[in-house]
Design a protein around this ligand. Sequence first.
Ligand SMILES: Cc1cc2nc3c(=O)[nH]c(=O)nc-3n(C[C@H](O)[C@H](O)[C@H](O)COP(=O)(O)O)c2cc1C
Ligand SMILES: CCCCCCC(=O)C(=O)O
Length: 325
Amino acid sequence: MANRGASHDARVHTIGDLKELGSNKLPKMYKDYFNEGAMDLITLSDNEAAYNRYKIRPRILVNVDNVDTRSSLFGIETALPLGFSPAAMHKLAHPDGELATSRAAAGFGISMGLSSYATESMENVASQGLGNPYFMQVCVLKDRSTTLDILRRAEENNDADRFAFDASLDWETTIPWLKANTKMQIWLKGVYTSEDVALAVEYGVDGVVVSNHGGRQLDGVPATLDSLRECVVAAGGRIPVAIDGGIRRGTDIFKALALGASHCLVGRIPIWGLAYNGQAGVELALKILTDEFRICMALAGCRTIKDITRQHITFLNSEGILAKL
Ligand SMILES: Cc1cc2nc3c(=O)[nH]c(=O)nc-3n(C[C@H](O)[C@H](O)[C@H](O)COP(=O)(O)O)c2cc1C
Ligand SMILES: CCCCCCC(=O)C(=O)O
């Protein structure tokens, strides 16, 4: 049963409610653009299903009188280990678009990622910030001057628009070129494997995001929560490993952290909030996630984010047996 205490909206008690009500306010073409994925949607659906294969192992008689959900990204404090993934075209969901999303993120003190295909300028989006971390998703394009222009503008805004993707990118040229052209941290988004985490460390990348683009690129790859496990081992604490894809509940955030994620990102949730009620809808989503996460921490016996460990999670194997990780 839904947690009826979490929301201030009579109709929205869960992110599932928000998806249903928000999406259904949109023209079908926009709804499909936001909600669908690649091919047969197997990875899209598994991103969510994976969170149900892992179970929380609560500890009892832990003093959780004063649960502290604070975390950090890029060395900047966040109210939660949560942020918004860069996702294109928020104005298709609501005319206030990324400005509304940015204000909601700033008000809640969480991280805000901006897409190269945003419908608002990075300058206007970043100016909504209140000291919360901002990051810009950059495609390295065939026309490197366009990518350089995005990097310059992102640097000027302390935190990032245009087109042809470059399919010839490789480790040897791309990462050194990026590092030579910016002082900002460089994180790789779209990492799936221990091999590529090891290369990210070797090439001096600052962090990785385990992501399959919300099931919108290669159908048939694992759920990100399943990929996370090998990526965390490969990182070995040398670089942070963030995750996105399929996170819909506060308990999902808890599970990802227990499996070693340093930060969780959500792509469609702010879009559903925007579609439902603009900035107030995004804030409603964050209220639900914050309350659910705080309650989960307390009931699992974790007072701080550091208290959430591998001991707090177990895996339901194909025979329905809880296997210790
Ligand atoms: C409508 C939409 C547009 C997206 N646009 C981008 C983008 O421009 N750049 C990018 O790196 N990822 C993009 N993504 C992927 C998200 O950053 C993120 O990986 C994904 O949404 C996470 O899954 P979730 O929606 O289940 O949270 C997009 C995702 C969606 C749903
Ligand atoms: C030419 C515009 C491309 C926008 C791509 C946005 C995106 O990544 C998505 O998944 O949608």
